[in-house]
Design a protein around this ligand. Structure first.
Ligand SMILES: NC(=O)C1=CN([C@@H]2O[C@H](COP(=O)(O)OP(=O)(O)OC[C@H]3O[C@@H](n4cnc5c(N)ncnc54)[C@H](O)[C@@H]3O)[C@@H](O)[C@H]2O)C=CC1
Ligand SMILES: O=C(CO)COP(=O)(O)O
Length: 327
């Protein structure tokens, strides 16, 4: 049976490639007709994942109806579009594996809650971890967290998608797997700012550690387990995206740190920097949960243009001194 992938961006295409490497036919739903044509004709996706020859076992379509017969569906749309795309999918009870990283604006809901609302009869799983799409598509070794509400379900889905260089570790902590990925994108922007403003490597290490403390506080307030946040989908992904210009969030931060405006930096991008969409939602969700997230607040202020880099850094450095670990 086929496995379906919803979303023909870099990550959806890379996941289709890794699944197809196990001799499995993959149906890839893409919004853009040029992606459908290029994947079916030339076996490539020059729009979102250039220079990677794709498996002929991947067949692209723009018809959501063609997803109906698949054994499982990997959902890889940007977080803010996930609900509307899922709404167009027939309610067949297929397992949905969510691969986007974010929190829904307006409702402040995690994506597995959104998916459950739209498809109450489908088992829901979350796939997250340190995974640059171009490395996964090139077959480089990668490990991920695969969480489902039920352990047997998580194991069955892990067996379905595991490949020799793509190694899932199972979990039953859906909230933990999701929150790590959503929060690290915002922190990656902050680390990019440190790089762009030339604040040094000590500052970046401090930001990663204090950012992880924010992720843990927020995660635990929303029901995540701290050991999940310390794993691949939390700390693992935080380290990856806070240290490489391959990260779109980090590189957005570099531009902000150099004094460019978020509007200018985002206007000529076709690709997503999810942290920019997540930051205001995260700040709102943290305030609603009574959680202090000064780094996320700083990223938000920079993105909205409310404050400049110098002021934001000064605000962070002049906070009252406090204990490293809060009671
Ligand atoms: N690229 C990567 O290395 C990784 C990405 N992710 C996550 O996967 C998700 C998708 O990211 P990418 O594949 O990288 O995207 P991308 O930046 O490569 O491509 C943009 C995607 O957004 C879609 N899109 C734009 N407007 C839309 C709309 N109105 N409705 C539905 N879809 C729309 C486009 O069709 C395209 O698939 C994001 O949440 C991202 O954080 C997760 C792990 C790795
Ligand atoms: O989530 C990712 C790697 O795990 C990709 O990060 P960026 O979206 O910042 O490129």
């Amino acid at each position: 049976m086929t496995i379906a992938v919803l979303g023909g961006g870099a990550w959806g295409t890379a996941l289709a490639q890794v699944i197809a490497s196990g001799d499995r036919p993959v149906t890839l739903w893409a919004r853009e007709s040029e992606v459908v044509e290029a994947v079916n004709g030339a076996h490539e996706n020059p729009l979102f994942l250039p220079k990677i020859p794709l498996s002929p076992l991947i067949r692209a379509t723009s018809d959501l109806g063609e997803i109906a017969g698949a054994e499982a569906v990997l959902v890889v749309t940007p977080a803010q579009h996930m609900r509307s795309v899922l709404r167009g999918l027939a309610p067949t009870g297929q397992a949905l594996i969510l691969c986007a990283k974010g929190i829904e604006a307006g409702t402040l809901k995690l994506l597995h809650d959104v998916a459950h609302e739209e498809h109450p009869d489908s088992p829901i799983a979350v796939l997250s971890g340190p995974t640059f799409a171009h490395e996964v598509a090139a077959g480089l070794p990668t490990a991920i967290t695969l969480a489902a509400g039920d352990e047997a379900q998580a194991k069955a889905l892990a067996a379905l998608i595991a490949r020799p260089t793509f190694r899932p570790y199972v979990s039953t902590d859906l909230a933990g797997a999701e929150i790590g990925g959503a929060v690290k994108n915002v922190l990656a922007i902050a680390c990019g700012v440190v790089e762009g403003a030339g604040l040094g490597q000590n500052a970046r290490a401090a930001l990663i550690a204090r950012g992880f403390a924010e992720m843990t506080r927020f995660g635990m307030a929303r029901g995540a387990r701290p050991e999940t946040l310390a794993g691949l989908s939390g700390l693992g992904d935080l380290v990856l995206t806070c240290s490489s210009t391959s990260s779109r969030n980090f590189s957005l931060g570099v531009g902000l740190g150099q004094g460019k405006s978020a509007r200018d930096l985002l206007s000529d991008r076709r690709t997503v920097a999810e942290g920019a969409a997540t930051a205001p939602v995260l700040v709102e969700a943290a305030r609603a949960a009574g959680v202090d997230m000064p780094i996320a607040e700083a990223v938000c202020a920079l993105l909205s243009g409310e404050a400049e880099v110098g002021a934001v850094v000064e605000r962070l450095l002049t906070r009252p001194l406090s204990a490293e670990v809060r009671a």
